[in-house]
Design a protein around this ligand. Structure first.
Ligand SMILES: [Fe+2]
Length: 451
């Protein structure tokens, strides 16, 4: 006869393990969180009257019929219609959207920039955005833009959202706070954040000046890459992504909301803070990820795999295996391959590759690609190790070697990237970059044997 288990024989966990204060773990989970007790309706989304007199409202990040749909139910002090009034167009001349093709700018080529310096001018998250490249078309929701942000000032009674895009934020210097409708994300170098399309927020400087990179994704949302034969473990593990818990403010003060919509900017004036979501549940939320949690997988006997082995997040384009954007991380790792040219090989690629250096030295370019710097190797434009890296990799004795104290990344897109006038004319372009391959000499003379 089966007897029920004695409930007193089980020791139950008291609190979740491994969570960080203010965040909930998991990638794309159906989260639920409330900043006041019983603010979140249970068992239904839309009760006749919400607790505390809150308004229920759905934020849809996908079409209703997408599979799976991504949406979040918000319970807020005012419905969003109260955070929107008449609109006025404004100009943010350095924040460009695709298509942005200047007939006087040559995008075809290999380009590299030193870090864009801070200016004496006070800049916030919106005025400090400097677009380097654009790809695709914001109006058809394909492609992306790459930006560098230079932020010295917090937004005060000033809020922003992009209807065009989700933003992947990669800090390189300084610390920022993203106070969003769905909670607070604090961000520092070696971490990344995703701010979804349509989500309102303000950005505060916790430690400045702040500089970093942004990939503006016009298309389908970032997701975890397929793992194929790698299986369930390593790379970016879902548990290491963190969504914020609910946070709200009830502040009656004249405020401005700026909206990026079809590549143009508009403002609307309201009399209160729109960060008034007291409770929410759903799977459409901002999140952060610590890149130090990324577990790289690579070659352990010979040869050099494609860089896609280091993909952290991918945004599909509709063509399987051909991303609108791949976000790829080159972090500390061991190199152990035998009888192998270990750095990235020379190549041409249908995808176009924008790289940024977060800190340290990148193995294919020991000099010149410095922290805060950027490089672009556009669609089908050849590139590879410079002379110094080639010689070192070709003639050194190969033992296990750790690439240490290094972290670079790549925004790789199936679409060609067009330089903005800022990238071509104002940013610190290294005019001599292509000279890094000049001294690679012809070694072939018809004699067999490795040279
Ligand atoms: Fe490449």
């Amino acid at each position: 006869m089966n007897r029920p288990t004695d409930p007193h024989s089980l020791t139950q966990a008291a609190t979740p393990v491994g969570t960080h204060a203010g965040y909930m773990p998991g990638f794309g989970n159906d989260f639920e969180t409330e900043a006041l007790p019983d603010a979140l309706p249970q068992g239904m989304n839309s009760p006749q009257r919400c607790n505390y007199g809150l308004y229920g409202e759905q934020l849809s990040g996908t079409a209703f019929t997408a599979n799976p749909p991504e949406r979040t139910w918000c319970y807020r002090i005012r419905p969003s219609v109260k955070h929107s009034h008449r609109y006025e167009k404004i100009d943010l001349p350095y924040w460009k959207s695709a298509p942005c093709i200047d007939p006087d700018v040559i995008s075809l080529g290999q380009y590299r920039w030193d870090p864009v310096p801070h200016s004496d001018e006070g800049l916030n998250w919106m005025t400090g955005m400097r677009t380097m490249t654009t790809a695709g078309d914001v109006n058809t929701q394909v492609g992306m833009a790459c930006h560098i942000y230079l932020v010295t000032e917090s937004m005060v009674d000033d809020y922003f959202f992009s209807a065009d895009s989700e933003l992947l934020v990669v800090p390189q210097e300084g610390r920022l706070r993203f106070a969003t409708e769905l909670g607070i994300i604090d961000l520092e170098p070696k971490e990344i954040a995703i701010i979804p399309r349509g989500l309102l927020y303000r950005v505060e400087v916790l430690e400045g000046p702040a500089r970093g990179f942004v990939c503006e994704n016009y298309g389908q949302k970032f997701e975890l890459p397929g793992r194929g034969p790698i299986g369930a473990n390593c790379m970016a593990n879902p548990r290491d992504f963190k969504a914020p818990v609910a946070a709200y403010e009830d502040r009656e003060t004249p405020s401005t909301v700026t909206i990026k919509w079809c590549g143009q900017f508009h403002t609307t004036k309201i009399g209160h803070s729109p960060l008034d979501v007291v409770a929410w549940h759903g799977n459409y939320a901002p999140y952060k990820y610590d890149l130090r949690n990324y577990c790289p997988v690579g070659a352990i006997l010979f040869d050099h795999p494609d860089p896609s082995i280091f993909t952290v997040l991918t945004a599909p384009s509709g063509q399987p295996g051909t991303a609108n954007i791949d976000f790829v991380l080159f972090r500390e790792r061991w190199m152990v391959m035998e009888d192998t040219f270990r750095p990235p090989w020379y190549h041409k690629n249908i995808m176009s590759e924008l790289m940024g250096n977060i800190y340290g030295q990148y193995d294919a370019k020991p000099q010149g690609f410095v922290p805060g710097g950027t490089s672009l190797h556009n669609m089908m434009i050849p590139h590879g190790p410079d002379r110094e890296a080639f010689d070192k990799a070709s003639y050194s004795n190969l033992g296990p070697e750790k690439l240490d104290k290094t972290m670079s990344f790549m925004f790789e897109t199936r679409f060609p990237q067009h330089l903005t006038p800022f990238a071509a004319n104002e940013a610190p372009l290294q005019d001599d970059y292509i000279d890094c391959w000049t001294s690679l000499e012809k070694k072939f003379d018809g004699t067999p044997g490795k040279k």
